[in-house]
Design a protein. Structure first.
Lengths: 116, 319
């Protein structure tokens, strides 16, 4: 899988790394059971601190997306992507706005598909 | 926010080279000290047995120094990333043999060669593994130093994949290891009939375990380089090529072969492999299920990193 970060971005690096993993899981590029690169190796290749990568992995573990095991590294769980409460709220607002404009959830899905 | 070491400072020392020299020098000094200090406490024959290992150490060192001295354009890189890691491993192997011999015979009444004892053989194998890992570790530092990004962009990318062996690798590897070790075991049996059985069985078991476990290769593609790391069980130490050195990238069909000693080819299974041709004509290959994706990533990274595009090829990313 591809990790991309921008060191000048206002988003912290650990957040960018976590976002890369979330995206890969959501688009099926990372399947349940897939192993992520060891934090040391990823940190070395991205030239960031190893603790930054570990923080990203820990965040993903707390979200239930990764399983971290001593000596076995990080592995994608079979739980799938669980939207964060913030994303959930945003989606609810979006759906309400769409309903006001006479659009259904199916119309929204089509619109989003067209944006990809 | 951590941005890592994006600006490279001018290095006054080539630290990996210093580390390699220090490791080899320390081993030689420790060996000399071990032979000198333990001499009076060893039974007849043991000092000679220990000195043979010391002699091997010096021979290995001279042999590898000669290999480094051979004329070639990229001598320092060749020395740091290929010759010296193996040299440290072999010098360490001789040191382990020496220490095992001294340890087994200290204050003993009669000389017992290292290879006739299971604990001695296991100590020897453990020592070998430690020194080969040390060589591998210092090599990693050398590769990292050479392939560090220049501070020209805030964007960093890294693509990862992993490949393990399949049965198409196991058979040719078992034949290769078997045929390489058979003369050594035969010689051992001729020199020390039956008493060397622990060593022979241990080595045979190691080959079986190595072939059964196999190797695992991790491939990383960044906006600086393509790196292939192995666990060394396949006898291959991997390779690393900078994006600026790449002339062409291809997806090829490859299969493991017997006596495949080309260290630039990490072919662990029958199937697609990524092959990189460098501007100096070197060919590097690695088995990769997602070789097409890797090729696309490489093309994107090269296009996005404003690298000087080599003039010669008409289709630098041709399949």
């Amino acid at each position: 899988m591809l990790f991309e970060i921008d060191t000048l971005s206002p988003v912290p690096i650990y957040g960018q790394i976590a976002a890369c993993v979330r995206r890969a899981i959501a688009t099926d590029k990372l399947k349940p059971g897939s192993k992520l690169p060891p934090s040391r190796q990823l940190a070395s290749e991205l030239e960031v601190n190893m603790h930054t990568v570990q923080r990203a992995y820990s965040q993903l573990r707390d979200e239930g997306l990764l399983e971290l095991r001593q000596g076995r590294g990080a592995m994608v769980t079979s739980g799938g992507v669980a939207p964060s409460p913030r994303l959930h709220a945003l989606l609810r607002d979006l759906l309400a706005e769409a309903n006001e404009q006479g659009l259904t959830a199916a119309d929204l899905t089509r619109l989003m598909e067209g944006m990809r | 926010m951590n941005t890592g070491a994006s600006v490279r400072s001018v290095r006054e020392f080539n630290w990996p080279l210093v580390d390699f020299i220090a490791a080899i020098a320390l081993v030689i000094v420790a060996s000399l000290a071990a032979v000198q200090l333990s001499g009076p406490r060893l039974p007849v024959g043991a000092p000679e047995g220990a000195r043979i290992w010391l002699q091997f150490e010096v021979e290995v060192m001279v042999l590898y120094a000669g290999w480094i001295a051979l004329p070639r354009p990229d001598r320092m890189r060749h020395a740091l990333e290929r010759v010296l890691p193996i040299c440290v491993g072999f010098v360490g192997m001789c040191f382990s043999g020496l220490v095992a011999t001294v340890w087994l015979n200290l204050d003993a009444s009669s000389y017992q060669p290292m290879q006739t004892s299971l604990s001695g053989t296991l100590f020897f194998i453990g020592g070998c593994a430690a020194f080969f890992l040390l060589g591998k570790y210092i090599r990693e530092q050398a590769v990292t130093n050479r392939l560090r990004r220049e501070a020209n962009s805030s964007h960093r990318s890294a693509w990862f994949a992993e490949v393990t062996v399949d049965n198409s690798w196991r058979r040719p590897t078992a034949i290769t290891y078997g045929l390489c070790l058979a003369p050594f075991m035969l010689l051992l049996q001729l020199i020390l009939p039956w008493s060397s059985l622990p060593s022979i069985l241990t080595f045979a078991m190691l080959v079986v375990v190595t072939v059964a476990v196999g190797d695992r290769v991790s491939i990383s593609i960044t906006d600086a380089a393509v790196k292939v790391r192995t666990c060394w069980l396949s006898g291959n130490d991997g390779w690393a090529v900078s994006l600026t050195e790449i002339w062409a990238v291809e997806v090829i069909a490859a299969r493991p072969r017997t006596f495949m000693f080309d260290r630039n080819r990490c072919i662990l299974r029958t199937g697609p492999a990524l092959e990189i041709v460098t501007i100096t004509g070197g060919r590097y290959a690695v088995s990769l299920e997602s070789a097409d994706e890797a090729m696309d990533i490489l093309a994107t990274l090269r296009a996005g990193s404003a690298l000087a595009v080599p003039e010669t090829p008409a289709t630098p990313y041709g399949r």
